[in-house]
Write a protein that binds this ligand. Structure first.
Ligand code: SAH
Ligand code: SF4
Length: 420
């Protein structure tokens, strides 16, 4: 059940619909992926187990699902053989369906996925020398209309459920062959060098080491589901990824930023992209509701931010729009004014068909970066990855279009004419 109420927001769809509950399966079985231990326990009790048995079985099943990655009850070897068909008659362990899997020439991988009720969304894996980052979607489409973003041209179809969000991480582990092998299941058994300070896996020998909530959608407009999914990702007996290796990116949903820090505790990235009201209102329209002052104030108050754990400001480089030396100096001034423990990530604009902008020149990007860097703030330029398969930042899009006002009017007229 969702606990966060819908909020009125700018954009073509207003307010955000409350997250839908999972559509019941046609076969009446319940998908356990996305559920915490307590919910699994309750389901087992409701299906007839006594309280003690339900708790024990839920603990075992939770471990097999999230820690070992099994997708069938048959593989749960510490559960009695007679019990396994009982579970299989009532429950399933699902995954999002893979529609297409693509490989970029630079090693980036993109998956077009489908929900059980036929909505398509995307997930991207970006391998690097020292890490592998999975870019996870939170919604099918987006209510917001950032002008440089291809996802922004989609309407919001619906929020993804916790199972569909954590399911992306599980599917990536399937595809990369990265579930702990038998005998390696216990974190303790891995030895200190494989376990980092929060009890999660360290990078050694792993392909998938980091998660960014930077796929399709605005994660803070699906707060409850994103939180519940990330809790499973961080659970030491679940996927066991440290919160330090997870980053949530928001376009600036100010009222939920503090809760993100308190209830999820992951790193924060903020899509800043402009330093004046005029330009940010235009390119990141949520700014008309939550302005720069409120946004930077919320960043200064973000729970857990410190010099050791800085907030990332994402800044897309748009030629002639937000990329002048003056913009760079104003960015530095704002970071200092609000005393923000910050780093800046400069993102060369990734083009898509019909986009109203062009990317700044490499010299302009370098000059901008240099000004920020000279002020003592780290300002690396993000290397575009997976552009050849439309997997780079801002290129993700599936089929659900946002209709323009004129198109909506035309459709309404046609409907009237057909009725009359
Ligand atoms: N909705 C969230 C997270 C998804 S977008 C957000 O807006 O923060 C991940 C990052 O890619 C954001 O900083 C977004 O502004 C940026 N982005 C969007 N379109 C882009 C494009 N065409 N080129 C480069 N970056 C883009
Ligand atoms: Fe939505 Fe983020 Fe794209 Fe803006 S940049 S339209 S918030 S996905």
């Amino acid at each position: 059940m969702s606990t966060t109420p819908a909020m009125p927001i700018p954009g073509l769809i207003d307010p955000v619909p409350t997250p839908r509950e999972v559509t019941p399966r046609a076969d009446g079985k319940v998908d356990l992926v996305g559920l915490p231990r307590a919910a699994i326990t309750r389901l087992f009790e409701a299906a007839g187990l006594d309280a003690k048995a339900a708790k024990l079985r839920a603990k075992q099943v939770f471990h097999w699902i999230y820690h070992r990655g099994v997708t069938s009850f048959d593989g749960m070897t510490d559960i009695a053989k007679t019990m396994r068909p009982w579970l299989a008659d009532r429950f399933v362990i699902g995954r999002p369906e893979v529609v297409v899997a693509q490989h970029s020439s630079d090693g980036t991988r993109k998956w077009l996925l489908k929900t059980a009720d036929d909505h398509e969304f995307e997930m991207v894996f970006i391998p690097d020398a020292d890490r592998g980052t999975l870019c996870v979607s939170s919604q099918v489409g987006c209510t917001l209309n950032c002008r440089f973003c291809h996802t922004g041209t989609m309407r919001l179809v619906r929020n993804l459920t916790p199972g569909e969000i954590v399911g992306q991480v599980m599917l990536a582990r399937d595809a990369l062959g990265e579930w702990p092998r038998a005998g390696q299941a216990d974190l303790a058994a891995l030895g200190d060098d494989m376990v980092d300070e929060d009890g999660g896996y360290s990078a050694d020998g792993r392909l998938l080491t980091n998660i960014v909530m930077m796929g399709m959608g605005e994660p803070l407009y699906n707060f409850d589901h994103v939180r519940d999914a990330l809790k499973l990702v961080m659970d030491g007996d679940g996927l066991a990824l440290s919160k330090r290796r997870i980053t949530l990116s928001t376009s600036g949903v100010v009222p939920l930023m503090a809760r993100c820090g308190e209830e999820i505790g992951v790193n924060l990235a903020v899509s800043l992209h402009a330093v004046s009201k005029e330009v940010r209102d235009e390119i990141v329209p949520i700014n008309r509701k939550y302005g720069l002052d409120e946004l930077l104030g919320a960043c200064a108050a973000y729970p857990g931010a410190s010099n050791a754990r800085r907030i990332t400001f994402e800044y897309v480089m748009l030629a002639g729009k937000n990329d002048s030396d003056e913009d760079a100096r104003e960015l530095v001034r704002l970071i200092k004014q609000y005393k923000l423990p910050a780093k800046v990530n400069l993102i060369p604009f990734n083009p898509w068909p019909g986009a109203p902008y062009e990317c700044s020149s490499p010299e302009r990007i370098r000059a901008f970066s240099e000004i920020v860097f000279q002020a003592g703030i780290s300002a690396p330029v993000r290397t575009p990855r997976g552009r050849d398969i439309d997997a780079a930042c801002g290129q993700l899009k599936t089929s659900a279009q946002k209709l323009s006002r004129a198109e909506l009017d035309r459709l309404a007229e046609e409907k009237q004419a057909a009725l009359g």
